[in-house]
Design a binder for this molecule. Structure first.
Ligand code: PHB
Length: 389
């Protein structure tokens, strides 16, 4: 009896040592689960954000609040079913304290319920449909929203005698936001949207819509296409002679994307766009960011890279505040952060968990033999107009 009791005690002791050991090992490391499109149509977004995360860690170290930070990057090929499966694995098996990345809106949307159920903060570094932050109270966004960019551009158009416009957007969430907010604002100010055209999100063919634009003869064509499609679109716009036909191209900065801009050639010159980030943003903080990024990765950072870099900042500072804890404590540390990003001053609105930032109006110009989006006007501290509905 006595012996059996001793054996049981010893077994319990071993179990508790093992449990205690595991708990210690676990609490020594905090894991961040990043899901990105590293392959497929949106691969440039994955490449940009992955590079920015690596730069952040190289500059800021892999220790926060006395714990080792481990970043796990998974490739979802921008397929939402893969995003959902990877998010589940990262939460259940890897026990990540935060999810991050999300190259396209559908990937962010399918992950939102997982974030809610597991109380895991989810930092959206790329996707930009307004409604994403409303899909879960655990979503925090460091990218931008299409309403932010589109309203600012519509106001510029109104002030610059652009009256008749055709709109062309990718046929999914961010495209609908761009179309609606651009149209509503320009018509409010007595402009006119003659036609609303949409192209498929995957493998778009621009030929049929460009023909329609030619026939409509607007003052300008307004375009939103997701990062990665800009160069192909611009080439066809030029090949079909729309620029020569006197149709002005205006776009969200996703089209004059710094990832591809330098290869777009003459047709891109003079294109006016609106966005939250240009690699040419003239501040010391941005110059430092661009120089370090180019030195490390040998390519120019675009707006996706800045969303990733700032997303890491938001996670690191929140981990400091929560002393490495996840869940609601980590989420609380993300809300209300104010800091100088390479894009300028930003705020993570504590109420909406969305980013408040300046939106710049830019024009493509050649400087030192390279094409850049040169900022010439700005709208300060823009809250997502999608939340003011
Ligand atoms: C999106 O799917 O939300 C998205 C993707 C690429 C962009 C903008 C928005 O450039």
């Amino acid at each position: 009896m006595h012996k059996r009791h001793l054996i049981a005690l010893a077994a319990a002791a071993v179990t508790s040592v093992t449990l205690f050991g595991n708990a210690l090992a676990q609490s020594d490391t905090v894991k961040i689960g990043v899901i990105l499109p590293m392959t497929g149509q949106q691969a440039s977004t994955g490449r940009q954000i992955d590079a920015a995360i690596k730069l952040w860690v190289a500059q800021n170290g892999n220790k926060v609040a006395g714990k080792k930070v481990e970043v796990i990057v998974k490739d979802d090929g921008s397929l939402p079913d893969a995003t959902r499966r990877l998010a589940q694995e990262l939460v259940v098996n890897d026990k990540v304290v935060a999810l991050a990345g999300f190259g396209i809106t559908p990937s962010a949307m399918v992950t939102a319920p997982i974030a809610t159920q597991s109380k895991t903060p989810m930092v959206v570094m790329a996707a930009a449909t307004s409604a994403i932050t409303e899909a879960s109270p655990y979503v925090v966004r460091t990218s931008f929203t299409l309403p932010q960019a589109s309203v600012a551009l519509a106001e510029w158009a109104n002030k610059n005698n652009v009256k008749k416009v055709v709109s062309l957007v990718a046929d999914y969430g961010p495209g609908y936001d761009a179309e609606k907010f651009f149209t509503d604002r320009i018509t409010l100010n007595s402009g006119q949207v003659m036609e609303k055209l949409r192209t498929p999100m995957r493998a778009p063919d621009f030929a049929p819509v460009l023909q329609k634009v030619r026939d409509a003869k607007p003052d300008a064509l307004f375009v939103f296409l997701p990062s990665g499609q800009g160069a192909a679109f611009m080439k066809q716009f030029g090949e079909r002679g729309l620029d020569k036909a006197g149709i002005r191209l205006i776009a969200t900065g996703d089209v004059t994307d710094d990832d591809q801009l330098n290869d777009m050639g003459e047709v891109a010159m003079g294109v006016v766009s609106s966005h939250h980030y240009s690699a040419a943003h003239p501040t010391p903080a941005n110059k430092k960011f661009v120089d370090a990024f180019v030195a490390a990765h040998k390519f120019r950072p675009n707006f996706m890279a800045v969303g990733g870099y700032d997303g890491m900042r938001v996670i690191y500072k929140a981990l400091e505040a929560s002393k490495g804890a996840g869940g609601d404590a980590l989420l609380a540390g993300m809300k209300g952060q104010i800091f100088e990003s390479p894009r300028g001053q930003v705020l993570i609105d504590a109420q909406t968990r969305d980013i408040v930032q300046d939106i710049y109006i830019r024009k493509v110009e050649k400087k030192d033999g390279q094409l850049w989006n040169i900022e010439f006007d700005s709208v300060k501290a823009v809250k997502d107009p999608g939340k003011l509905k």
